[in-house]
Design a protein around this ligand. Structure first.
Ligand code: NAD
Length: 261
């Protein structure tokens, strides 16, 4: 049976673990050639090796333009073609109360989560525009849909990434390149499950949302697959929350329809 991404070259930043790793594996299973791009060398190499000969690990700090240009050349050397799909998934979080946040930490988060994603769109997007076809998926966050305490830098980076996703959709869309955004809620990865607890132990933090549990990385990856594939051929500039309904609202216990009422 044909895969939904047969032969496409997909670059997944932050592909060494978590949601990026799940995306790499699911895209590979759909026939894509995979570039696992991450700063974590041994983890990234292990993911690429376990996928097999259709996967390549490239060491990349997304905030470094020269490294993006080198990645672009590496893809051409390996496959004599340029990227068809980019998933801007690499990200970092720096929790701190606003009064305690240091400027360097604020700027580092913006350099990785925002400037890094923009560099990817700029450098790999150019190749897609030249071919007249491509798909870019930006992994944002529920922190880009509503406010969260302790996440000044992260929220700023994700709201801004949401904003430039719209700009890219408008500029790239007429040239055959669709750009869309995914907004994960709490996901069971090193970022979303810092103490690496059993997922069932964490569900108590999610009782206020319609699907009252933490999400799994594959649930986000399957949404990215839809957006990357031709199934989403008329989808450009969309915002898909994969958050169990977290950002839909706050239950009001004294009104009808609340859970347990
Ligand atoms: P993770 O920490 O497991 O994975 C992040 C990956 O990004 C790591 O492999 C890391 O090495 C890589 N990375 C960090 N800085 C990088 C850099 N400068 N260059 C290249 N790679 C870099 O966490 P995750 O949950 O898999 O996160 C994936 C994405 O999902 C991130 O953008 C994150 O902000 C977003 N997100 C996560 C959650 C959650 O609860 N886990 C919720 C909303 C959004």
């Amino acid at each position: 049976m044909a895969g939904r991404l047969d032969g496409r070259i997909a670059v997944i930043t932050g592909g060494a673990r978590g949601q990026g790793e799940a995306t790499a594996r699911i895209f590979a299973a759909e026939g894509a050639r995979i570039v696992v791009a991450d700063m974590l060398e041994s983890e990234g190499q292990a993911v690429a090796a376990s996928i097999g000969e259709n996967a390549l690990f490239v060491k990349l700090d997304v905030s470094d333009e020269q490294q993006w240009l080198a990645l672009d050349r590496t893809i051409t050397d390996r496959w004599d073609a340029s990227a068809d799909i980019l998933v801007n998934n690499a990200g970092v979080v720096h929790p701190a109360a606003m009064l305690d946040l240091a400027r360097d930490d604020f700027e580092r988060v913006l350099r990785i989560n925002l400037i890094g994603a923009w560099l990817g769109m700029k450098i790999l997007g150019a190749g897609m525009i030249a071919k007249g076809k491509g798909s870019i998926v930006n992994i944002v966050s529920s922190s880009g849909l509503w406010g969260m305490n302790g996440l000044t830098a992260y929220s700023a980076s994700k709201w801004a990434l949401r904003g430039i996703t719209k700009t890219a959709a408008m500029e790239f869309g007429p040239k055959g390149v669709r750009v869309n955004a995914v907004f994960p809620g709490g996901i069971n990865t090193a970022m979303g499950n810092v103490t690496n607890e059993d997922a069932s132990e964490l569900n108590k933090y999610y009782v206020g949302q319609p699907i009252a549990r933490i999400g799994e990385p594959e649930e986000v990856a399957r949404t990215s697959l839809f957006l990357a594939s031709d199934d989403a051929s008329y989808v450009c500039g969309a915002e898909i929350a994969v958050d169990g309904g977290m950002t839909m609202g706050v239950y009001t216990p004294f009104l009808p329809g609340a859970p347990g009422a």
